[in-house]
Ligand binder design. Structure first.
Ligand SMILES: [Zn+2]
Length: 245
């Protein structure tokens, strides 16, 4: 964890953020998303599950409803209106052809230049094992960015009118233990990121004794300041960028 990070590419207009669960984007990436939507970029969210297995004290059917609503509210706080759900099963997402196909279809539909996802590595850093859903989705997103552009993969999608999109120029992985790039964020972006995480009220209330807004502020500011050592002292969201093409 040393050396300065490169600035994130800024010459793009459309991004699609694909993650496993409601709240995955709010644990940091939302500060960058707030900055980008303020600058007029179009960003959509695609959630592979509704996070129905995420609240120990709540029945999955109820949790799915609550968490979908919380996700839509937290997206709206950072200027994201398009929020879609794929309804794979929370906790047991299978990395494979079916998931790649669903993701390639979404990429063809949204035609993003930048795809954002969450850490696909085995760990968050030494000693912190990542979850199977995050690993499966992150890896499938990296694969699907290529699948979306190949007319001979998932030919049935073309029959549905989803023609190939080979325009993904970067896949940016948030929360990676091996970041390569960073985007600096301002005071307003940080405030919106805190509010965005705090919208996951039922989830955070079950997770911590702290008030959701307080918990969110502590987590987001701590995370952004951790990156500051590699961005000239400025608060930033880090990404591991995989360029394409
Ligand atoms: Zn998650």
């Amino acid at each position: 964890m040393d050396g300065q990070l490169s600035p994130m590419p800024e010459d793009w207009q459309r991004a699609l953020a694909i993650v496993a669960h409601p709240d995955d984007l709010e644990y940091g990436a939302a500060a960058a998303i707030a900055r980008w939507t303020t600058a007029g970029r179009e960003i959509a969210y695609l959630l592979v599950t509704r996070g129905e297995a995420g609240i120990d004290t709540m029945d999955p059917a109820e949790a799915a409803r609550v968490r979908e609503a919380e996700q839509r509210a937290s997206a709206a706080v950072v200027g994201v209106e398009a929020v879609e759900f794929l309804d794979h099963r929370d906790g047991v997402i299978e990395e494979g052809v079916a998931l790649r196909r669903d993701l390639a279809a979404a990429i063809r539909r949204h035609r993003p230049e930048l795809v954002i996802t969450l850490n696909q590595h085995e760990t968050w850093g030494p000693g912190f094992w990542n979850t199977p859903d995050h690993r499966a989705v992150g890896r499938a997103v990296l694969d699907a960015a290529g699948d979306a552009g190949n007319r001979w993969i998932f030919t049935d999608l073309a029959d549905e009118g989803l023609t190939p999109w080979d325009g993904v120029r970067w896949v940016a992985v948030a929360g990676s233990p091996e970041p390569t790039h960073a985007v600096e964020v301002g005071e307003e972006d940080v405030e919106r990121a805190v509010a965005s995480l705090a919208e996951h009220r039922a989830y955070l209330t079950a997770l911590s004794d702290e008030e959701p807004a307080e918990y969110a502020r502590g987590f987001i500011t701590g995370m952004l300041e951790t990156s500051a050592g590699r961005t000239g002292g400025r608060r930033a969201v880090t990404f591991q960028v995989y360029p394409r093409g």
